[in-house]
Design a protein around this ligand. Structure first.
Ligand code: ATP
Length: 508
């Protein structure tokens, strides 16, 4: 874990108005955060990038915005009331609570780290002649460790399949897993804990009934799929996308905005003919990894991870994992959900949820491929990957948030060189021209160098300096964040130039 970098991310996010702890004046509320003036813009841009790439770029995908509250039967049908549980375990000495599967996965990570160390050693020893694949296949230590990982994954998979919590407990004991806080192996048994938040609907006593805050946005799509299909005259395959809040009473809610109790999901359900799920599962895996890579995230920061423990609704599932400062962790899930959800809703609602396929001349319940990404996790992935300390040629250093230009909260900072002689007025004039197209910052405080640094830390792609020459030649100095190069550009060309660099089209 790169603890220093992680701490820096949290403090930078606060100092520059991206993320604040929620209700901070009351010492905060655990695992709940508020997005500040710059965070809200970055988050909105990530949403737009996702929405445009799903809804705008695919003629067979449309969006909806369903309510957070749903009829309680929804969650019976979806299986969340009976099966949306996490296996929890407590350490009797530290009184800390953990997810049993996470403890085991962290143990596997440790073994993987040992393998990676072995590979680094091999690379050093053999230099250019190093063949990683062969080394993995022949090195006895690596082989032994891989076998160990396979064995643990198999045992865990089997235990979950059989709902055998005792077997999970036994595995934790057998692997000698200790509590990271107390260092002891003094564990309680493993228990199931339902993650849904429950509340009461209705204010008159006796008339209220329990409802839930939705733990995923997907069900709002399922219950509306025929509405959309019929009113939109959609033919299979087609997709429905949605961005919205979801709520889970997480057992371990830490790691900043990675795991929160209130968070936002961007989900797309793709409705397909039964039997075509393998093809579409592969299709969406490819599409989604392309989406991440278009943001300039390097290959070695992303990887696929196939699920061992399949959720109650899935016949195949994988995660796209991102290398967060605390290691590779799930960023997005891609699930082949079969016809599980629609079939369940048909049964409980007693309404036909079949699609009539005009080509096959038959009715069926569609199968579904889902892509589901956490907006906040995506925010953290981008933020942690973009935040850098750079040493410059002159020996000084700067902190820069090198977000993709299209996603940066502000695109332009308009900076009069001095606060007099008509420069602020000229700068305001330019600001007013640009604000129609871009989020702009106007800043006249401090030296120009300090203002550049401040905007680097905010991720602003362009700084415009308005100086005495501007009044005469109608041009400004434009400084680019990443290269720090400066050039003169006529005011009349600014809109087009900046647009060509920051437009979302660059990513799409
Ligand atoms: P995890 O195993 O990390 O708990 P999950 O497998 O339960 O995640 P899904 O149900 O697949 O997650 O949800 C889809 C996406 O929603 C995840 O990939 C993640 O990005 C996001 N997500 C899930 N839970 C949270 C949370 N508590 N806080 C923030 N984002 C979340």
């Amino acid at each position: 874990m790169n603890e220093e970098h992680f701490k820096k991310i949290i403090s930078h996010a606060k100092e520059f108005g991206f993320i604040f702890p929620s209700s901070e004046i009351y010492d905060g509320l655990s695992a709940t955060y508020d997005y500040g003036q710059n965070g809200v813009e970055l988050k909105k841009n990530i949403k737009n990038y996702w929405w445009q790439s799903m809804v705008q770029m695919n003629e067979n995908i449309v969006g909806i915005d369903a309510a957070i509250f749903m009829h309680p039967k929804t969650w019976k049908a979806s299986g969340h009331i009976d099966a949306f549980n996490d296996p929890l375990i407590d350490n009797k000495d530290s009184k800390k609570r953990y997810r049993a599967d996470v403890l085991i996965e962290e143990h596997i990570n440790k073994i993987e780290n040992k393998i990676n160390k072995e590979i680094s050693k091999g690379k050093k020893r053999f230099g250019d002649d190093f063949n990683e694949k062969e080394f993995r296949n022949t090195n006895p230590n690596i082989k032994r460790r891989n076998e160990e990982i396979e064995r643990i994954e198999k045992s865990m998979g089997k235990a979950f399949e059989n709902d055998d919590l005792n077997a999970i407990y036994e595995l934790i004991i057998e692997l000698g897993i200790v509590c990271p806080v107390s260092g002891s192996k003094n564990w309680t048994e493993v228990r199931q804990f339902n993650l849904m938040f429950k509340t009461e609907l209705g204010s008159v006593s006796g008339e209220s009934s329990s409802i839930f805050l939705r733990p995923e946005t997907a069900q709002g799509i399922f219950v509306n799929y025929l509405n959309v299909q019929k009113t939109g005259r959609k033919k299979i395959p087609f997709g429905i996308a949605q961005i919205g809040k979801a709520f889970r009473n997480e057992i371990i809610a830490r790691q900043f905005i990675f795991r929160m109790r209130e968070f936002e999901q961007m989900e797309m359900q793709f409705f397909i003919a039964p039997g075509t799920q393998e093809k579409w599962y592969t299709h969406w895996k490819n599409e989604r990894i392309k989406w991440h890579k278009a943001l300039g995230i390097p290959e070695d920061f992303l990887r696929f991870h196939d699920h061992i423990k399949l959720a109650h609704y899935a016949d195949a599932a994988c995660d796209i994992e991102f290398k967060f400062p605390f290691g590779f962790k799930e960023l997005e899930g891609i699930h082949s959900r079969t016809d599980f959800d629609l079939k369940q809703h048909e049964e409980l609602s007693k309404k036909k949820l079949r699609y009539f396929d005009p080509e096959k001349n038959e009715s069926y319940i569609p199968y579904v491929i889902e892509t589901s990404i956490g907006l906040d996790r995506m925010f953290l992935a981008l933020f942690s990957h973009s935040l850098k300390d750079e040493t410059l040629d002159d020996g000084t250093s700067r902190t820069v948030l090198s977000l993709p230009y299209s996603l940066a909260p502000n695109k332009v900072a308009v900076l009069p060189l001095v606060k007099k002689d008509g420069l602020p007025e000229k700068a305001k004039e330019i600001f007013n021209r640009l604000k129609l197209n871009f989020n702009c910052i106007y800043d006249e405080k401090d030296s120009i160098g300090k203002r550049y640094r401040r905007n680097d830390a905010l991720g602003t792609p362009f700084c415009l300096t308005i100086d005495y020459e501007t009044i005469e030649d109608g041009a400004v100095t434009i400084r680019e964040r990443d290269t720090m190069t400066q050039k003169r550009i006529p005011i009349l060309e600014l809109n087009e130039y900046i647009d060509s660099k920051v437009n979302m089209n660059v990513l799409l």
